[in-house]
Design a protein around this ligand. Structure first.
Ligand code: KG4
Ligand code: ZN
Length: 345
């Protein structure tokens, strides 16, 4: 088992990748649907699944072309089948199953979150993880739908140490961008506006900081921002949007780094992975890198292209599992929730 073709269609990005042992990305092509969803201020599931149907097969051709390969070079197929929007997952799963039957290749359904956890282990012409990074680490997975801290002990061995009680970190960014009229998707825009703002201009709450656990909560922050925005005139908001964005972003980033610090100290593990769309945030990267340096922590953050949703990370997990002799029978389907037994709690 040397190479897999991988599909990712769990939300609004359609992505296809070809991965070669031990984790080399030969091609990874993604069709972004942001423009189609922007007018609605969020992802519309029906539009997302329709676009996956339109984009997926053409992307397979592009992925083969970029890798300089054909079907005869493939040894298996990996596809995200959980968790996500069911209509979106269905397109990837049905396409992958059909191709698996037609080409006589083994197939494996992959948990999207497991993909994020291993994203730093991918490599390509301009990125590879520092040599000797261990396979046991603390991972902070932060995306539009999830905010969790894991203790990873190897492939398939994941303990959830803490999760958000309400909004995900990415959702908190997206909601702020919506209420301030910055646009969609929010995280990257807030990041951009915050660069020239003062993070100390506004005070926003940091929830569960004194609790001796690894849970998160971002709904109070969102409400505080909503109140602040409502108290401002349109002109004030326009004049202070950089400071407001920087202060809001700081509240999220500080909490994330503080919880990472707690996880590292309470578990005595000094290797940390930061992953998921929100790990693209420049301020978070800066604060996390500074913290890692101060605390002697070995920090791995995938490059931006592997932080947000992509098929390469799905291919990585699929390849490792197929190599272990695992595969999915053709009756597997999409699921909106991670299976309970994918993780320990
Ligand atoms: O992992 P991802 O691509 O999709 C999910 O599985 O959710 O994450 C998307 C999330 C969105 O909420 C988006 O606003 C956020 O990641 N994001 C960012 C940045 N880039 C993307 N959040 C903060 N700063 C960024 N630079
Ligand atoms: Zn994701």
């Amino acid at each position: 088992m040397k190479r897999v073709l991988a599909f990712e269609t769990s939300c609004d990005d359609t992505s296809v990748a070809i991965i070669e042992d031990p984790g080399r990305v030969l091609s990874c092509v993604t069709a972004n649907q942001d423009l189609q969803h922007e007018v609605f201020g969020g992802v519309v599931p029906e539009i997302a699944s329709r676009n996956h149907s339109l984009n997926l097969l053409p992307l397979v051709d592009v992925a083969f072309e970029k890798a300089g390969m054909t079907w005869s070079d493939m040894d298996g197929i990996a596809v995200t089948n959980r968790p996500g929007l069911v209509g979106s997952l269905l397109v990837g799963v049905m396409t992958a199953k059909t191709l698996s039957l037609a080409k006589g290749l083994p197939i494996i359904g992959v948990n999207h979150l497991e993909g994020h956890l291993w994203a730093p282990f991918l490599s390509d012409d301009s990125y590879s993880l520092q040599q000797g990074f261990p396979q046991e680490y603390i991972a902070l997975a932060i995306s539009g739908g999830h905010t969790q801290i894991y203790h990873v002990r190897g492939l398939g061995q994941y303990k959830v140490l803490g999760a958000t009680l309400d909004d995900a970190a990415g959702e908190a960014f997206d909601k702020f961008a919506k209420m301030t009229g910055l646009g969609f998707p929010g995280g990257a825009l807030v990041d951009q506006y915050a660069r020239s703002g003062n993070p100390k201009s506004f005070h926003f709450p940091r929830a569960l900081m004194t609790e001796d656990d690894l849970r998160f909560s971002f709904s109070g922050l969102k409400t505080a921002a909503q109140r602040q925005v409502e108290s401002m005139t349109e002109q004030q908001l326009k004049d202070q949007i950089h400071d407001l964005s920087a202060s809001y972003q700081e509240a999220i980033c500080e909490v994330l780094v503080a919880k990472l610090d707690r996880a590292v100290k309470s578990h005595g593990i000094h290797s940390v992975v930061l992953t998921g769309g929100v790990s693209a945030n420049s301020r978070l990267r800066f604060l996390a890198e500074q913290w890692a340096q101060d605390e002697g922590v070995n920090l791995a953050v995938p490059p931006l292209r592997y932080c947000t949703d992509n098929a390469a990370m799905i291919g990585y997990v699929g390849l490792k599992r197929l190599q272990l002799g695992e595969s999915s029978s053709l009756d597997f389907g999409p699921s909106p929730r991670p299976y309970e037994d994918d993780f320990e709690y």
